[in-house]
Design a protein around this ligand. Structure first.
Ligand code: 48F
Length: 275
């Protein structure tokens, strides 16, 4: 059989468009395909929920590939190791409470398991805004990362979801948009982004799980973004907290999607100013 170049083109465009159209209305949209966002997505999809991730970069996996300072090994603690085991990722005991894993094996396995569980990942797309109604956030506004990088004046598109997850790591891109554009406070002590504190692995690993929660109506924060939002420490190349944060958030969202926990909706004056 002779291959037709235009048929290859048509197959790609048609399949991508179908995938895209099928994902215009979601249970959960996640901004950022780092370890925390991917872990959240994996557990949601595994439980039958419709979840997609938009990732700015060509490659997914965020900051996990490079381990610490490009030494491509990661460290996890006792609880993090249990999640590595669930994913089927090899790890070696280094000392009591310290396990190491090859970072390439770790993140490529998490990516693969997430996609095979049904997560739809759209790479090369940046979340540049949120969609809002009287109840709070109800989706995201996206554009090709190349449009953003080239600074082209091209209008974006909008995707609806019941919940949006801020998983952009250190830069907190979704929350910065909310802080700037939407009247009403974030659910932090100050009502604002509190800002990440300097390195302390012990505190950072613990608080990243505590800080994994709703931060604005229908917006949840996970992974490094959670500590940056609620003003606690970074933890560096120990990654158990990212996985545990992702799993915790999936559990919360599953309960909420099933109606097992009530909405923590706060009335936000002026969220939309026009009747
Ligand atoms: O930074 P990242 O890996 O976040 P994480 O999952 O994990 C943090 C660790 O890597 C490490 C750490 C803990 O040990 O401190 O830093 O919390 O992944 C965030 C992803 O979000 C993408 C970005 O390219 C990265 O892959 N991203 C950032 N802004 C946007 C975005 C955006 N506006 N739209 C889409 N993707």
């Amino acid at each position: 059989m002779k291959l037709k170049d235009e048929k290859i083109t048509k197959a790609i465009i048609e399949r991508y468009m179908n995938k895209f159209i099928d994902n215009l209305d979601q249970d959960v949209i996640i901004a950022g395909a780092g370890p925390a966002g991917l872990t959240t997505a994996y557990y949601l999809a595994k439980n039958g929920f419709k979840v997609s991730i938009f990732e700015r970069k060509l490659s997914i996996g965020g900051g996990m590939w490079g381990g610490g300072m490009m030494f491509n090994e990661i460290v996890v603690g006792e609880d993090g190791k249990k999640i590595l085991d669930e994913f089927g990722i090899n790890s070696d005991k280094y000392d009591e409470g310290y396990y190491t894993s090859d970072s390439v094996e770790a993140i490529s396995t998490i990516c693969s398991k997430a996609v095979k569980a049904g997560v739809k990942i759209f790479n090369c797309i940046s979340v540049e805004d949120v969609m809002i109604d009287k109840q709070g956030v109800c989706g995201v506004v996206i554009n090709w990362s190349s449009v953003e990088i080239a600074n082209l004046h091209v209008d974006p598109l909008s995707i609806r979801s019941k919940y949006v997850v801020e998983a952009t790591g250190h830069p907190l891109e979704v929350l910065k948009i909310l802080e700037k554009k939407v009247d009403g406070n974030l659910f932090t002590k100050t009502g604002k982004i509190m800002g990440e504190k300097s390195m302390n692995a012990d505190i950072g690993e613990r608080t990243v799980v505590e800080n994994t929660k709703e931060i604005f109506n229908n917006v949840y924060v996970v992974g490094m973004a959670a500590n940056a939002a609620f003003g606690t420490n970074r933890m560096g190349p120990i990654f158990g907290g990212m996985l545990l944060s992702g799993k915790k958030l999936a559990d919360i969202l599953i309960k909420r999607l099933k109606g097992e926990i009530s909405h923590n909706q706060k009335k936000i004056e002026g969220i939309i100013n026009v009747e």
